[in-house]
Design a protein around this ligand. Sequence first.
Ligand SMILES: Nc1ncnc2c1ncn2[C@@H]1O[C@H](COP(=O)(O)OP(=O)(O)OP(=O)(O)O)[C@@H](O)[C@H]1O
Ligand SMILES: [Mg+2]
Length: 569
Amino acid sequence: MKAILKRYWPYLKDYKFEYFLVLIGIVFTVTATAATAHIMKPLMDDLFIAKKEEMLYLIPLGLIGIYIFKSIGRYIQMVYTNYIGQHIISRFREILLEKMINLDMGFLYLNRSGELISRITNDIERIRYFVSKMLPDLIRESLTVIVLIGYIIYLNPLLAFYSLVVMPLIIYPIIVIAKKLKKYSIRSQEKNADVVSRLTEVFNNSEIIKANATEKFELERFSIENWKFFKINMKSVYVGSIVSPMMEIVGAIGLAAVIFVGGREVYNNNMSVGEFTAFLTAVGLVFQPIRRIGSIYSSIQDAYAASIRVFEVLDIKSEIIDGKELLEKDILHIEYKNVSLKYEASYALENITVEIQKGENLAIVGDSGGGKSTFINMLLRFYDPSEGVILINGEDIKKFTQHSLKHHISLVSQRIYIFQDSLALNVAYGQDVDEKRVKEALALADASSFVESLEDGIHTKMEEFGANLSGGQRQRVAIARAIYKHSSLLLFDEATSALDNESEKRIQKALDSYTKDKITITIAHRLSTIEHADKIIVMQKGAIVACGTHADLLKNSSLYQKLAGKFES
Ligand SMILES: Nc1ncnc2c1ncn2[C@@H]1O[C@H](COP(=O)(O)OP(=O)(O)OP(=O)(O)O)[C@@H](O)[C@H]1O
Ligand SMILES: [Mg+2]
């Protein structure tokens, strides 16, 4: 409990004013609750026994008054606890997304998107429940218990002792149950992440599923996770539901003790009927909040488990440390100096040394899995070299802020990404839309004719993942996006693989003059894409095995000859 509060404190302290109002509401309700017990005394002694007539009016009015007071208190509590809850959950959503999206590419590659979404939605929901429901409830119920017990002791200390001896009977089992629930709760959240992951995977891969008619297979796989989730949740229901009935029984024992001991006191004329009734009411009222505290205590474990998962993410430190210098000038020179990169145990790049200058067009060819994509991803600092350095304009790439560095780089990645926005916004992604420039970029990417065929031209809305475009059209949009950015470094990772030879040639011709004063790095499997490159490097198993122009390599590199043979066939 303390641990949770400590973690939440930095966020909770911003709601001091709201919590203060909640507290006022709580004081209202607690006072009213105690008054409900207290009013029993005049009801019995003055109205029923002494038969004072004015009490016939006063007590009902008093009762209504008490409940109005209580309702006002409840309303204030309700509004402000929910305010805190809703507010904090919105904040946490942003904090988490900000954290996750700023983490290393390595983290994002490694973690299933469903898992991350589950943390941002499900786990946070449980946190909301904690700050806006459980915490205020806990305070209110505890305060009610304290006030009522105080009142009981004030009425009759001896009787109070007898009625409260049963308390320890309640506390121990609750602690045991709470521990069990915490375990189930962690497992339940993990399972929830599995279920969401399966769902995101199904929808992301729907094309493959449909093509292979594996709907049933996927449904079965989903069903397994889904019912595991059900089972875990039911386990915590079985255990968690014991708390309340158990307390009911213990409460009944307490009440029975009071009736037995107190009844005798009244019988012997040591206590008035009114006092006894007020006492009995107070004891009856005290068990309800104790029961609530018990169940809150056990479900706090659930919130605790959720917060562990959330704070775990917040605590992750990026391995890629952002630089401080701004890269203001264009990228004029890139140098890889003995660069190696290890993914876990194996090398993805080994001892790479290359130099590229403004105006040059470097091409990379090689086996699949040879490290080509890794090579260019390092310029975007998706990963930092395990050994060696990458120099930009003669300075270590790590010195620059990633924001300023990336401002100068355009990437057309192997997988194409389309956002659910208009075509124009997709091309201008992240920048202001200048329609003329959008059209120019699309023209350079050989997309003019396809854009003209669209009903709303560049204002046509793109579907999720670009579902309303063909593979080649998607690639053209991605190329246009890279062109629109006007960066000094262009990275094309299989950027034209989905295009026919004719379109590719057209784009290349168009890009020739555009890239004259820029650095271009092109990865391609098709020879025609790269044969005019200034320099071609051949990569195999993470190493550069040959380097030169098309003509050089055809003469000297057996691997290139082999690849060329493959390309041409
Ligand atoms: N995020 C990653 N974590 C671990 N290993 C990775 C990761 N990304 C790539 N690899 C490994 O690094 C090696 C190089 O991958 P890379 O994507 O650079 O190859 P590539 O040359 O671009 O291949 P292709 O032509 O198929 O695109 C591969 O063996 C791959 O398994
Ligand atoms: Mg690749």
